[in-house]
Design a protein around this ligand. Structure first.
Ligand SMILES: Nc1ncnc2c1ncn2[C@@H]1O[C@H](COP(=O)(O)OP(=O)(O)OP(=O)(O)O)[C@@H](O)[C@H]1O
Length: 565
């Protein structure tokens, strides 16, 4: 089980030098930030002749204790220059850590999503996941940069500042520390309220994305049935709800934003009163140059203090996003078992007493049924729509587990085998496994080797020999989204090319001749008949097919595979 901290520490371990460099540059730039107001105080003292015993300690710093103004100025500009360099390095390194962490997460996320169990995708649309790659990764980057690295640097700087101020005047140090604790507590509770609202807001956003996703995927239907108005209405309702939650969120968020400067000014007021009254009491440790340093220190401290008070929003939003990401990373994944080379060309596949329902349904598609697929035979499986042909494919490819019974591939049972080991042996031609990629080449050739390209050109030409010249595709032709700009026949031919190029021992073909032109149908029939005895061929269709030689035929009827004698 992954946790947020495990993800962060794993990443930090592999990038330890980057973190170390960030920490060091942060430390240097913070120390230099402190030196600037102190050196201004020294300049003031030097020019106006004040002398504070509290500033004696600074006099041991080389260069600052010079009587020559130009030397002091050089020293001052050096600090400014070096500080600039380190601030730049520090900011760049923090941003770099965030970019690298986001890269690491999005790659983990995608690799995992490719392996997530099929049933998860049966239930959720992809719109649910898009925000994970944009909004959530952004919140996580914020969490790392503002919530973690800069926060730690800020806390460190504030700690040094408090020590410096306490050194000048212990009571001032105590007042500041006390105010920080009280203000942080106040804001912590308001932020808790903000958290609940922001969870709702994010969920709503996510729902809206999946709404848009399903509508845009069904755009043809919306256009053909003139469903613009009802869909707009539905969208407006959702969008209105998002606005309402957005308003609630902004009310609380604005109150926090307004409260932070207010609280810092209250703190300033308390400090001024302290300085005023202690000066009047004549026991003051605060003389003019020290007062100037104090004011400058506090002014440079205010934005840091505001950042610290604001950090819990960053934490909360980051935590929501981490939770969502971890939830996906914890979804059951395929291929937890090692890959094995099964060499199924000579092995029998047997379904033994199989009972199967889809994971989200109670209907038993198969009930206690058995059958076998003999190697290098052509087996036809015939069943009406809804009989369970796709369910059979899902079982065979280990997309879904059987409820009861066992499937064996040679000597191995399905639960001993990783999905990859099984699928390595089976090439599928089916509408359920659409073409994807930008062009024909991407859609049919999964190996980038040169000889594959030559082979694919030849095969493509061969399978299209009976097609009308205007429909003949080349490797560079675009296929649109999931092949949507292709004809049914073109899609089917490309699916044949894709399957045959993989050269797997088992060929699984769902409705092999649906959509094909008669001449191409005859040609592919002759190809398949020619492969008989060389490959294991499994044909799925609604009706028996004329002109195709088969060794075995099964009907799927009433939850059973029935062998036709
Ligand atoms: N993902 C799913 N979740 C739940 N039930 C499903 C799912 N897919 C299909 N079904 C149901 O399971 C039964 C078998 O469906 P299946 O798709 O396997 O049949 P089929 O023979 O392939 O039909 P067709 O040729 O129309 O695709 C049907 O009643 C169908 O409604």
């Amino acid at each position: 089980m992954k946790t947020k901290w495990r993800l962060i520490t794993e990443f930090a371990k592999t990038n330890s030098y980057l973190f170390l460099a960030t920490f060091l540059s942060g430390l240097l730039y913070n120390v230099l930030t402190l030196l600037i107001p102190i050196s201004i105080g020294r300049f003031y003292e030097f020019n106006f002749g004040f002398s504070s015993h509290r500033l004696q300690i600074i006099k041991s710093v080389p260069f600052i204790n010079t009587q020559v103004f130009t030397e002091f100025l050089i020293f001052f500009f050096c600090i400014v220059g070096i500080r600039f360099v380190f601030e730049y390095i520090n900011k760049y390194l923090i941003a770099l850590i965030c970019e690298k962490f986001a890269k690491n997460l999005r790659e983990k996320l995608f690799a995992h999503q490719l392996q997530v169990a099929t049933e998860v995708y049966d239930q959720k649309g992809i719109g649910k996941y898009l925000l994970r790659y944009s909004g959530d990764l952004k919140s996580i980057q914020n969490y790392i940069s503002r919530g973690l690295l800069r926060f730690l640097q800020d806390v460190f700087l504030i700690a040094i500042l408090l020590v410096a101020i306490a050194y000048i005047d212990i009571n001032l140090g105590l007042i500041l520390s006390g105010s920080i604790i009280i203000f942080s507590l106040i804001l912590f509770f308001i932020n808790k309220l903000l958290y609940t609202i922001s969870v709702k807001r994010r969920n709503k956003r996510s729902q809206i994305l999946s709404f848009i996703n399903t509508r845009l995927r069904g755009i043809h239907t919306i256009k053909a049935f003139n469903k613009y108005t009802p869909e707009e209405k539905r969208y407006r309702k959702r969008s209105g709800e998002l606005l309402e939650i957005g308003k609630k969120y902004q009310k609380v968020a604005s109150s926090i934003q307004a409260l932070i400067p207010a609280l810092t000014y209250v703190m300033l007021g308390i400090l001024m009163s302290y300085v005023y009254y202690s000066n009047n009491a004549k026991d003051s440790t605060v003389d003019q140059s020290v007062l100037l340093i104090l004011i400058l220190l506090i002014i440079s401290f205010l934005p840091i203090f505001r950042r610290i008070l604001r950090v819990s929003i960053v934490w909360k939003l980051g935590n929501i996003s981490f939770e969502k990401l971890i939830k996906i990373l914890s979804l059951k994944a395929e291929n937890s078992l090692d890959f094995q080379n099964l060499e199924l060309e000579n092995k029998r596949i047997a379904f033994k007493d199989i009972t199967f329902s889809y994971p989200n349904s109670d209907r038993e598609v198969f009930k206690n049924t058995s059958f076998t697929i003999e190697p290098k035979n052509t087996t036809a499986i015939i069943g009406n729509s809804g009989a369970g042909k796709s369910a059979f494919v899902g079982l065979l490819l280990k997309m879904y587990p059987p409820k009861k019974g066992n499937i064996t591939y040679g000597k191995n049972t399905i639960d001993q085998l990783s999905e990859k080991s099984i699928r390595k042996n089976i090439a599928v031609i089916s509408k359920d496994f659409p073409l994807y990629g930008k062009d024909v080449y991407e859609a049919i050739v999964y190996s980038r080797k040169k000889h594959k390209k030559h082979k694919s050109v030849a095969l493509l030409k061969d399978l299209q020999q009976f097609e009308h010249p205007k429909d003949v595709l080349t490797l560079d032709d675009r296929i649109g989204d999931l092949g949507n700009i292709l004809t049914g026949s073109q899609k089917k031919i490309l699916m044949y090319c894709r399957a045959l190029l993989t050269n797997k021992p088992i060929l699984l073909i769902d409705e092999p001749f649906e959509e094909l032109n008669p001449e191409t149908e005859d040609y592919i029939k002759s190809l398949l008949n020619g492969m008989k005895g060389k490959k294991t061929i499994i044909i799925l269709d609604k009706n028996p097919i004329d002109g195709l030689d088969t060794d075995n035929s099964y009907f799927i009827k009433e939850n059973q595979f029935i062998k036709q004698l």
